[in-house]
Design a protein around this ligand. Structure first.
Ligand code: GUN
Ligand code: FE
Length: 448
């Protein structure tokens, strides 16, 4: 659908549910939020307060339907936009084979802007429909098609952080899908940043410096991008220590881990998002924490390509900024609800272990489990914190990015048999499907 004014400049009465801290869910029954003309939450009034009474009298008051409630929009911290057409395909080969045989040939096709437009338009519409109000996107190496993705996000109303992918190393990138030189990789990234920043009426799309991963980039490109980041202050995204092969590459090439090498190139900042990061050492985690960088935990994708489970609980205990990513199409689903479910499931497998031949006490990594409340926090607040953006919470000064949940939708998949939905939030997150997501808002605009 085309975006509409929705909640902008109005007050909205309903039950708002969010997760400010990992492990707790806060329910604000019959609250009223007011949203300013730019889509920022200007007030949150709890039931029974004078502020609530004042807002309740406003003639622009909108009321969320009985039985429905509002959660923050989902923040997907890792999406390869061009890979949407191969969602669910070729998941049975190792990462390095998958990239060369399927992924690079597909991404090369985005040199054709008509091809790109059709696929990107469908992706952005589908992700919005699934409640992804913010997405951190890898586009492709093509500057024009990457800008087109940014324009489509803006047109459809999605908060998009978009990177033109830098990949210039002839040793691992084929000549049909490779920046012409380190100079070209950096210059195109610089020009792309300027292009995105110059988009008219751009209140929600940001450019991202995006070295694909260390194996795809020469040292000259990594160093050049690090310098560019210091100049432009942009977000940074890359893959970090994803699989045994990728993790080992940096160790062989530099005698250090991905995190240490990225830091050496100036690519580890407060606004850096490291996808996967499965093999982070304790020293790596300390470095990531010290820089304030974040991890995009891609539980489903890791199941296929990463050779191990990211120690999420350990990283949370160390205070790292963490959110969730679908990693379309390393993961075969673009749904953030599925990402939440996979996050919980793989944490349980790490916790108990998986090989029934082993004795119980030596089978897993006890203490690794997380629950759905933590996954919900990561999919919303955690993503916002990791991006250093005011999203993912219903608080004054935050953007009105929201999903209206309808647990009773007849064609949905939540079955509560009359029980109070607010007593069953985890059950709803486990069982909801698209039809249960009644409305999607970004900065107060209705986008799906
Ligand atoms: N490492 C480098 N490129 C990619 C990619 O496209 N997907 C995943 N999962 N890992 C990568
Ligand atoms: Fe990825």
């Amino acid at each position: 659908m085309a975006k509409t004014a929705g909640w902008r400049g109005r007050a909205v009465r309903g039950t708002f549910v969010h997760a400010p801290e990992p492990g707790t869910i806060e329910v604000m029954r019959d609250a009223i939020i007011s949203v300013d003309d730019a889509g920022t939450i200007s007030e949150v009034a709890a039931a029974g307060t004078a502020a609530h009474a004042a807002l309740a009298g406003r003639d622009d008051l909108m009321t969320v339907a009985q039985g429905q409630f509002v959660i923050p929009g989902f923040v997907d911290l890792h999406v390869h936009a061009p890979q949407y057409p191969q969602l669910g395909e070729a998941l049975d080969v190792p990462l390095e084979v998958w990239l060369g045989k399927y992924t690079f040939p597909l991404e090369a096709r985005y040199a054709d802007l008509d091809f790109a437009r059709e696929r990107y338009t469908q992706l952005v519409a589908d992700l919005l429909r699934g409640g992804t109000t913010t997405a951190l996107y890898f586009a492709t190496m093509h500057r024009d098609a990457s800008l087109l993705l940014a324009e489509i996000c803006l047109d459809r109303g999605q908060r998009g952080l978009v990177g033109k992918v830098a990949m210039d190393d002839a040793a691992s990138c084929p000549d049909y899908c490779r920046d012409a030189s380190p100079e070209a990789a950096v210059a195109d990234t610089r020009a792309f940043i300027a292009d995105v920043r110059a988009l008219p009426d751009n209140d929600r799309v940001l450019p991202v410096v995006t070295p694909r991963f260390i194996p795809a980039c020469t040292d000259e490109t990594l160093a050049g991008l690090g310098k560019l980041v210091a100049e432009c202050g942009c977000h940074v995204q890359t893959h970090c220590s994803e699989s045994d092969w990728a993790h080992q590459h940096a160790i062989t090439r530099y005698g250090m881990t991905d995190s240490e090498a990225l830091d050496g190139f100036g690519l580890m900042t407060r606004k850096t998002l490291l996808a996967h990061s499965v093999f982070l050492t304790d020293d790596d985690m300390a470095l990531v924490k010290a820089r304030g960088a974040g991890v995009a935990h891609c539980a489903l994708s890791n199941t296929y390509f990463a050779n191990a489970v990211f120690p999420l609980r350990r990283a949370l205990d160390k205070g790292l900024n963490i959110g969730l990513g679908t990693d379309i199409s390393g993961g075969p689903s673009g749904s953030m609800l599925e990402a939440c479910r996979a996050t919980v499931a793989v944490s349980r497998q790490l916790d108990t272990g998986v090989d029934p031949k082993l004795a119980q006490d030596g089978r897993g990594v006890a203490g690794s489990r997380v629950d759905m409340r933590i996954a919900f926090h990561l999919a919303t607040t955690g993503g916002g914190v990791a991006l250093d953006l005011p999203i993912g919470l219903f608080r004054k000064g935050y953007q009105a990015d929201a999903i209206v949940v309808d647990p009773a939708a007849a064609d949905g998949s939540v079955r509560l048999f009359g029980a109070d939905p607010l007593d069953h939030l985890e059950q709803i997150l486990y069982t909801a499907s698209l039809a249960n997501l009644a409305q999607i808002h970004v900065s107060g605009e209705r986008v799906a």
